[in-house]
Every structure is written in structure tokens, then in C-alpha cells.
Write a protein that binds this ligand. Structure first.
Ligand code: FMN
Length: 325
């Protein structure tokens, strides 16, 4: 008998030391210590979005909170921006952080750091060109992030990216962008991906830092008619996905979106509204799958639901196909 080939999901779970092949993507403005710890504690991998904390000390404050809440592994996401290597180096050497999710980059310097400190490195890519830059490097996990995602910046859908990139990559691959439930996980694993990364579903869950009034408004709106999102070009190199609401249309007409994203300080100022009670809609990032939001669930409920749906599908006997005539 030929020995069974291990599924890439097994490699993912053992490399990351997690029990579910589900990763919470790092979210600037949307993933703090509470959310990250809840995901890791429930068996997935939580990822702290480091960009908006700005300094090593602020990132470490969150890291210490995560460590106080769970002894399970977690990652820190550092996107491709200036001073990125210095931050990763400080977190790895002084802060003892072991797992990094790098947004679109993996330099030789990080490679050396990985070797020296036995780091686990996840790299997210949004195009086959970016994937080519990392395919020779010893990454642990590749995340393919398609344009369905909240925080999207790709010409390709998640499925297209997987098709284009997977043939040349040995590392386990996570699908990110539009992933939501157990059927998505089943489909990802059947395609040969190792697991799924979710952002939007966790951005709107009970433990996320988004103010409860904003989560409720989105949920209530969705119960009347499905929410839609739109990809907006915020600069010559960056697209972001937003909920299509009045503030978004106005910001598009006035050019406010492009104006804000030219200046980091303005982006940070915009995010202040996320943490305050709101009685009106605000400009808000979300992935295309936001129409599937049916409740503000806890992290444990979300992961339990996905695992339950996956198991139910795994028990279904696939119908036999008739002959081709
Ligand atoms: C509010 C928000 C902020 C995000 N910020 C980042 C970020 O700072 N770095 C990054 O690599 N990805 C970021 N993402 C992308 C997520 O990590 C994740 O890959 C993506 O949301 C998955 O797609 P989904 O939103 O359809 O689930 C962000 C997503 C959202 C919704």
C-alpha cells in the first residue's frame, strides 16, 4: 500500500504549534492583545498588527499583555514600511518575539535574524511578482492575500493568487481574503492550501478593539440588505477595501481618501473613530465577505463554528459522477 501523503495543513499546525489551521491576520487598528490572545488561546494563531503602535515600547506593551493572557504562540505583523527591519530586530532580540508575519517582504537581514534566533516567519504576498522574491528564501508559511480581503492590495482574487503561486512554493500556504466559514476551510484544504487566514470576521468579533456601537450598526444594516464593499485606490501603489456607505461615497467624491492616505498622521487620526462610540456611519475598512456577518460572536464561538462546519462537511459523502457521454 502506498503511504498516505501528509496534508500541508499538518506541516502548518506543527510549524506554528497550533491545533486549528486558522490564522487571525494582523490588522493595523484592528488586532490588539485581547483579540490576539483569544485566538491563540482557542487553538488558532493570533497576530498582533504592529504598524499603528509605532514604537518598539508600544508594541512590547501589547506583547506583554498577550503573554500575560496566554502561553500559546502568537505572531507580530510588521508590514513593509520604513524602519521595519529595526523593529523586527528589536522585537526578536530584546523582546523575545519568536514568530513574525511580514507584509510583503523578507530581506536577507531578516533571514540572518531568523537563523540566529530560530524565528518562525510567515510572509504575505499579493502578487506572483512579490512571491518570486521570497520563493528561494526559507520562509515557514506563505500567505496569499487576494483582493477580497479587508486591507486588500492585489490585482488578483485569492483563488487566482493560489493558482499562480502555489506551483513554485514549497512552504505551507494560507489563503487570505474572503475566507469565513468551515466550507471555506474545506475548500482551501481540498485545493492543497494549508489553512485559512481571516481578518474581517475577527475585526467584527466580540474581542476586537472596534467600538461596540460600530459593530452593532454594521450587523443591523446587514440584516436588512447585504453590505457591499469597494476597492479604492488610496495612492499610486495602494488599494484598500472599504464598506460602501455614505462617508465612503463622500470621501471618494471629495478626494478625501487619497488625501488622508498621503499622510500617515491623517490615517492614524481617522482610526481614532474606530474606538469611540458612534451614532453615524464612519469610513471603515472591511473585506468583501462582510455580507456574511450574522452575529457579533466571541473568538471561541467563531473557531468552534468553523471547526464544526468543517467536520460536518468532512462527513458528507461526495456524490459519484456519472459517465461522460
Ligand atoms: C482593518 C484591517 C486592517 C488590516 N491591516 C493589515 C496590516 O496592517 N498588515 C497586513 O499584512 N494585513 C492587514 N490586513 C489584512 C489581514 O491581515 C488579512 O489578511 C485579511 O483581512 C484577510 O482577508 P479578509 O478580511 O477577507 O478576512 C488588515 C485587514 C483589516 C480588515
Amino acid at each position: 500500500m502506498t503511504p498516505a501523503i501528509p496534508h500541508p495543513s499538518n506541516a502548518l499546525c506543527s510549524r506554528l504549534n497550533i491545533s486549528l489551521p486558522i490564522v487571525q491576520g494582523g490588522m493595523t487598528f484592528g488586532s490588539d492583545a485581547r483579540l490576539v490572545a483569544a485566538v491563540s488561546e482557542a487553538g488558532g494563531l493570533g497576530t498582533l498588527g504592529a504598524f499603528h503602535y509605532r514604537t518598539y515600547d508600544k508594541v512590547m506593551e501589547e506583547v506583554e499583555k498577550i503573554r500575560a493572557a496566554t502561553d500559546k504562540p502568537f505572531a507580530v505583523n510588521v508590514p513593509f514600511f520604513e524602519d521595519n527591519f529595526e523593529l523586527v530586530e528589536a522585537l526578536a532580540t530584546r523582546g523575545g518575539v519568536k514568530t513574525f508575519a511580514l507584509g510583503g517582504w523578507f530581506s536577507e537581514e531578516v533571514e540572518a535574524l531568523k537563523r540566529e534566533h530560530s524565528l518562525t516567519i510567515l510572509v504575505s504576498v499579493n502578487s506572483p511578482t512579490v512571491a518570486r522574491m521570497v520563493e528561494e528564501r526559507p520562509i515557514d508559511v506563505l500567505i496569499v492575500q487576494g483582493n477580497e480581503s479587508g486591507g486588500a492590495n492585489s490585482h488578483f482574487t485569492t483563488r487566482q493568487l493560489f493558482d499562480l503561486i502555489s506551483p513554485t512554493i514549497d512552504a505551507p500556504i494560507l489563503l487570505a481574503g474572503g475566507q469565513w466559514d468551515g466550507a471555506d476551510l474545506m475548500q482551501a484544504l481540498q485545493l492543497g492550501a494549508a489553512g485559512i487566514q481571516l481578518g474581517t470576521r475577527f475585526f467584527f468579533c466580540a474581542e476586537s478593539p472596534l467600538d461596540a456601537s460600530i459593530k452593532e450598526r454594521i450587523l443591523n444594516f446587514n440584516s436588512k440588505r447585504p453590505l457591499t464593499t469597494s476597492l479604492a485606490s488610496v495612492s499610486s501603489t495602494l488599494n484598500m477595501r472599504f464598506i460602501q456607505n455614505k462617508p465612503f461615497s463622500q470621501a471618494q467624491t471629495t478626494g478625501l481618501i487619497q488625501e488622508v492616505f498621503q499622510d500617515k498622521e491623517k490615517v492614524f487620526a481617522l482610526s481614532e473613530a474606530f474606538y469611540q462610540e458612534q451614532d453615524k456611519p464612519i469610513l471603515l475598512y472591511a473585506g468583501a465577505a462582510i455580507y456574511r456577518l450574522k452575529a457579533i460572536q466571541s473568538v471561541a464561538d467563531i473557531l468552534g463554528e468553523i471547526a464544526g462546519e468543517y467536520r460536518a462537511l468532512a462527513d458528507l459523502q461526495a456524490p459519484q459522477l456519472g459517465p461522460v457521454k
